[in-house]
Design a protein around this ligand. Sequence first.
Ligand code: XUL
Ligand code: CO
Length: 438
Amino acid sequence: MTQSAFPDVSSIRYEGPESRNPLAFKQYNPEELIEGRTMREHLRFSVAYWHTFRATGTDPFGAGTMIRPWDDGTASVGNAQARARAAFEFIEKLGAPFYAFHDRDVAPEGATLAESNRNLDAVVQVLKEEQQRTGIRLLWGTANLFTNPRFVHGAATSPNADVFACAAAQVKKAIEVTHELGGAGYTFWGGREGYSTLWNTDMKREVEHLARFLHLAVDYKKQIGFTGAFYIEPKPREPTKHQYDSDAAACLNFLREYDLLPHFKLNLETNHATLAGHTMQHEIEVAISADALGSIDANTGDELLGWDTDQFPTNLYLTTQVMLGVLKMGGFTTGGLNFDAKVRRESFEPIDLFHAHIGGMDAFARGLKIAAAIRADGRMAGIVKNRYASWDSGLGADIEAGKHTLATLEEHALSSPDPIQHGSGRQELLENIINELI
Ligand code: XUL
Ligand code: CO
């Protein structure tokens, strides 16, 4: 048995809202039933390997700050394997059922692609053993197609076909190991798929290449019998000025245009929604309307910082809105709530990793309970239903059924009173109802 990475922490338990134990859940009670499912099944929490086990705390102005006693700081395969075991000790003690990783987070990149693949295999063996030992599962795998300098101009959208080939090879391997680990999904985040200036960019060609790349991945998925879900993760800017997968609507349009929609769902991230000038609630609604919400990267940004700060989510309005969306679509199938979030660089002790995840899990558990209470209360749904009542019969029902033309509608309008100011929006009342139930 290797040395414990978190010797002072035992399993995090639910102690209820009155508890003042910082290492206990106040809201997340995995076995508690909500709308007929346990909280564990509803929330499907996942730990993001890249932040929780690879983030060093560097920022553009300063060096890393994180204290990680289990990590010897080298890029050796042995260190990567030891780190993987520390990660599973953490995830097991936390009680999260899933994790997610990029290929290059879990294993060091080698001098050649063949060496990188061997390194990945060596760490995947440890991940496999640890999954079997703990029952923790892989929510999704992905490939890092943005750190290596070869991807400076993009991966699938690079102007250089050899770079496209390298990216394809890397994704092939990442899908294989995700399949080997029984992953429930595989994510494509745009990385550097975008542009910095249109003066040097053939946008149409680049977007077509991205579509071809994704079709190749779909073909390979079928070939090897990987049955997990494929996700696209929208993000508007960072690292490029304009990312092609900028928001949910742009992704859906792209997927439809290139006949990819049957093969993909969206992995929505809160901080990406706000960078796109939307709320997460908006992005979720867009995805659900297209039956395309797959999974969620649960985090939040900062109101005063206009970049992807990837903070742990603690805002109950936010978690309530997210869980209302998840309940509305009937719950996650392959997806879950992946904490694509990192502790602040000032929170550098290992114990802060527990505080951060416990807080995020409790915030979502509370959001789930509030969302279920809003649904059980029914007033909100009643107000929305009533707002559209004119579409349920008579004229509205006939329009929806396609029974009208502009001419017949003109006839109707000429012979009816002006419907000006028909029905208050009741925004303030709706906001009050939420505050009653929160
Ligand atoms: C980047 C981001 C990624 C993806 C996976 O902003 O969110 O970590 O989630 O590549
Ligand atoms: Co993300």
